[in-house]
Ligand binder design. Structure first.
Ligand SMILES: Cc1cc2nc3c(=O)[nH]c(=O)nc-3n(C[C@H](O)[C@H](O)[C@H](O)COP(=O)(O)OP(=O)(O)OC[C@H]3O[C@@H](n4cnc5c(N)ncnc54)[C@H](O)[C@@H]3O)c2cc1C
Length: 265
């Protein structure tokens, strides 16, 4: 099969998550690794890389922020509509290698989406991992993603949700006001048996990595999900290169020592 050629799929469901974010469920049958992404296209509009935020063989879920032409066109898709996808691409989180560890997942805004794929994977293989801690930071209550899932996650894991501000005193799903880094600072994290997965805005990633290092985490215990402009997703166009590596093929998940500060600069 030509790897550049997208296949036609059908939307099974649309969920509005926040004013500018939505989740599409698509009838694509595959078994992606948590952290992998697909290239989604709308004919006549364009193509965009989107992380898979589910763990299932029967469908994939894509959480998308409306930012430009492709993502806005995708926001109009509803049950039964067609879209075109190629992939999955890239390397995900090394879940096999990390069995027996405590997992610390730190996500900011839209960056929580790929981590949701990891959370779903953990739910299906819970006995393989020890303590699970989630730190999820958002700007405001409106922007909190996966509100339905949060209730379940709170029962099963040590979950901290933070919002930068709550000006209108809106219901905020037990979120604390403050930056996600304040929650990380207060948490008793054991660097010896733990690894951390990070995905979010550069400034949040940098501050969180600095904190983890202060708490004794080495660079090999930190995994970051990098976002770069990319077109082919096959290691050909070279748009997404970081420190001699292709984000599309060698990433988007990198161990921090592989790309260092390029993860957040
Ligand atoms: C591996 C990977 C996984 C991603 N996963 C998701 C996801 O799960 N959900 C999601 O909503 N988005 C995700 N993105 C980002 C998404 O691909 C872009 O927002 C999308 O391409 C925008 O397409 P568009 O046509 O709607 O906007 P465009 O009109 O192409 O872009 C709008 C603006 O965003 C900028 N932009 C576009 N893509 C990027 C990028 N990759 N990095 C920095 N700036 C960019 C453009 O320069 C422009 O200023 C991911 C990107 C990568 C590389």
């Amino acid at each position: 099969m030509n790897p550049y050629l997208p296949q036609r799929y059908q939307v099974l469901g649309f969920t509005r998550e926040s004013p500018d974010t939505f989740t599409l469920t698509v009838n694509m049958r595959s078994k992606p690794a948590p952290g992998q992404f697909v290239q989604v296209s709308v004919p006549g509009v364009g193509e965009a890389p989107i992380s898979i935020c589910s763990d299932s063989r029967s469908h994939i879920k894509l959480n998308i922020r409306e930012i430009g032409n492709v993502t806005k066109a995708l926001s109009k898709k509803r049950k039964g509509d067609a879209l075109w996808i190629r992939g999955p691409y890239g390397k995900g989180y090394p879940m096999k290698e990390l069995e027996g560890k405590n997992l610390i997942l730190i996500g900011g805004g839209c960056g929580v989406a790929p981590l949701k794929g990891v959370i779903d994977f953990i739910e299906h293989h819970r006995s393989r991992y020890r303590d699970i801690r989630l730190f999820l930071g958002y700007r405001s209550p409106d922007e909190i993603l996966f509100k339905k899932e949060l209730k379940e996650w709170r029962k099963k894991y040590q979950l901290e949700v933070t919002i930068d501000q709550n000006q209108h005193g809106a219901f905020c799903y037990d979120a604390k006001v403050g930056f996600v880094t304040e929650a990380i600072k207060k948490a008793p994290l054991d660097p010896h048996a733990s690894v951390a997965f990070l995905c979010g805005p550069p400034v949040m990633m940098k501050a969180s990595i600095d904190l983890l290092k202060q708490k004794g985490f080495g660079e090999r215990q930190i995994f970051v999900s990098a976002e770069r402009l990319m077109y082919c997703a096959l290691g050909v166009c070279c748009h997404c290169m970081i420190r001699g590596k292709f984000t599309c093929v060698d990433g988007p998940v990198f161990r921090y020592d592989e790309i260092g500060a390029y993860a957040h600069d």
